[in-house]
Design a binder for this molecule. Structure first.
Ligand code: FRU
Length: 489
């Protein structure tokens, strides 16, 4: 299929049964389908949406275009879970079927209200001249997961001084008010986060751009999320076109965060906000969504994929996945992201104790679905190769030098390179201490938690089927544990 605008915006019901069957067949042939990560049935997945706990279950939606690996007209796809690990697919939920969302049900959030879950999202509309119009909309889901759209927009247009690049609402409650944050662009082409407040979730009052930096946040901010850890705010957001002197990044667009002392709603300010930091050191994290769960945890999940980048599975009719659910906490101004404790449910036997005394050790589980926990001494240097094909010497390599606090990841040695225009290496500093890595490998994705989650590194990598070895080369003794992981149930 050659994709053009007309095809990308074709009404869903016009795709033939025959075409859908072929697409399913094509996806089923893929050697890169994932075992325990959320992935699209067919077509393209992007941002996580509406992550919430409601009606005794975890709910999660994602941006979906089911008919090909392109950014076509989007819907929300719905999943539910009892344990944040095994997700049941419920199918398309919100679809682009009203005059306020005809060209896409874009990203947004969820907020439980007793027996109903309030969904807020952006309706994307293109007019005759193909000009964009953005509406901030609402819908209510009941305990049978039946959704009814609210017929009038919460916010029918951006405020004066802002363009129609205005989307991705997050609703939460703060000091007796409902707060809505929206990603925006002003008419000077600057990225901003706009704050609205409400007493009744019906009338929304604009109070201005959220104050958290004096720097220019690129030309647009997407997917803002404010969550709290012990009362302290953590702001996650995606500034597009950010000047690399403000905070260095290599990906086409970064997912960044700041932490602060306090959110002062009266002045719409993150008081004592830190400078910007990359949320992930790797290649593929974007549009992370977080919320404060009723059990007290701040939980986050990321889109593993980037806008405007082609991936090797596009040819197979599917693209992208979501990350594992991560728990956020702060130590000082440092954000830690850890795998949730439920991720242990994926572990199966036989668990293998690893010990390295020789310089090179290679392990082959004959599958790319495992968790490895590795610890190295504080003066060790070495290289870890995942998806290793020892004959061609292909694989994703992580080189580290604990003494000098350096790490480098390289995904250049691959039969299936992609996104090469943005570099195939990522280099960054790590804390000078005994290095601890918790690595989750799943078929064509890896998520690495460095030093108890002080940093994370996420990457897609597309190996040949036989490239299933994990190789560790180091100059000092080391230890580890290896668990084969089961598939999602
Ligand atoms: C981020 C994003 C959002 C938008 C959605 C559309 O990846 O561009 O800003 O709501 O994707 O799918």
């Amino acid at each position: 299929i050659t994709w053009n605008t007309q095809k990308r915006y074709r009404p869903y019901e016009q795709w033939s049964t025959e075409y859908k069957k072929e697409l399913l067949h094509s996806v089923a042939q893929s050697q890169w389908r994932l075992n325990y990560h959320i992935q699209p049935v067919t077509g393209l997945l992007n941002d996580p949406n509406g992550f919430s706990y409601f009606n005794d279950q975890w709910h999660l939606f994602y941006q979906a275009y089911p008919f090909g690996a392109v950014h076509g007209v989007k819907s929300w796809y719905h999943l539910v879970s009892d344990n944040l690990i095994d997700w049941q697919e419920l199918g398309l939920a919100l679809q682009p079927d009203s005059k306020y969302d005809s060209h896409g049900v874009y990203s947004g959030s969820a907020f439980p209200l007793g027996e109903q879950l309030l969904l807020t999202y952006t309706g994307n509309v293109r007019d005759q001249e193909w000009e964009r119009h953005s509406y901030q909309l609402g819908a209510l889901m009941d305990t049978n997961n039946e959704i009814t759209k609210i017929s009038t927009p919460f916010i029918p247009s951006p405020p004066v001084g802002y363009t129609q690049e205005f989307r991705d609402p997050q609703i939460f409650k703060y000091e007796e008010k409902y707060v809505m944050l929206i990603g925006a662009q002003n008419t000077k082409q600057e990225g901003q986060i706009l704050t609205y407040i409400s007493d009744d979730l019906k009338e929304w009052q604009f109070i201005g751009p959220l104050s958290f930096t004096d720097k220019k946040m690129g030309f647009m901010i997407e997917c803002p999320n404010l969550v709290f850890y012990k009362g302290r705010p953590i702001l996650l957001f995606c500034p597009q076109g950010l000047d690399k002197n403000i905070c260095h990044y290599d990906n086409i667009y970064p997912n960044m965060y700041v932490v602060a002392e306090k959110f002062d709603l009266a002045t719409n300010t993150l008081v004592g906000a830190s400078s910007l930091k990359n949320l992930d050191e790797g290649f593929d994290v974007y549009a992370t969504q977080a919320f404060n769960a009723p059990d007290g945890r701040a939980l986050a999940i990321s889109w593993i994929g980037l806008p405007e980048i082609e991936y090797p599975t596009d040819q197979e009719g599917w693209a992208h996945c979501l990350s594992l659910v991560k728990e956020l906490h702060l130590i000082g101004d440092v954000l830690f992201q850890q795998p949730i404790q439920e991720s242990k449910k994926l572990q199966t036997t036989p668990m293998q104790k690893l010990k390295g005394t020789s310089f090179t050790e290679s392990f082959d589980l004959h599958t790319n679905s495992y968790e490895a926990k590795l610890t190295f001494t504080k003066d060790a240097k070495g290289t870890i190769t995942l998806f290793h094909d020892p004959i061609k010497n292909n694989g994703l390599t992580i080189s580290f030098d604990s003494k000098h606090g350096k790490m480098k990841v390289d995904r250049n040695h691959s039969e299936h390179p992609f996104a090469s225009a943005f570099g195939s290496q990522r280099e960054f500093e790590i804390t000078k201490q005994p290095l601890n890595l918790q690595i989750f490998v799943d078929s064509s994705v890896v998520e690495i938690f460095i030093n108890q989650g002080e940093q994370t590194l996420t990457a897609r990598y597309f190996p040949e089927k036989s490239a299933t070895a994990l190789t560790v080369m180091t100059d000092k003794n080391w230890q580890g544990t290896l668990f084969p992981l089961r598939s999602m149930k």
